[in-house]
Design a protein around this ligand. Sequence first.
Ligand SMILES: [Zn+2]
Length: 163
Amino acid sequence: MWVSGAPGPKFRYPQAPPGPGLGSPMDRVSPEQRSRNMARVKSRNTGLELKVRSLISHMGYRYRLYRSDLPGTPDIVFPGRRSVIFIHGCFWHGHVCKRAALPASNRTFWQRKITKNQARDERARCELLAGGWKILTIWECESRDVALLRKILLGFLGASGRK
Ligand SMILES: [Zn+2]
């Protein structure tokens, strides 16, 4: 079930033509949407995001991208399941791991920036939870193991119900 709008080019279906995995999701996005995506402060369509989306498609789930009407503009949205996924780069979102180590110079600047991002993430989290949304955060450093990622997604989303 889709919450709003008729299916358009920004929808991505699991029946997308089989490819090397990454596909070309940008082909399904209108130029306006594309420049809007590109203009976002947060980087979009990173290799990690494409990898996760590709996996989700192959698992048979339907999803939407970047619902800017939702708090925090989640990276992937499953309206029917009232579930969202955030894909976080460890550095920018201040994960507690090696990848998030601050550079030697301008530490105060980076620390302030990352703390701000974390506060924004937390606020979005609270608002989404209050709205009855389920949230999964996938960290960059935890996404190497595709088999594990698949298991996590299955646990979070439940069976896809379509093949
Ligand atoms: Zn990490």
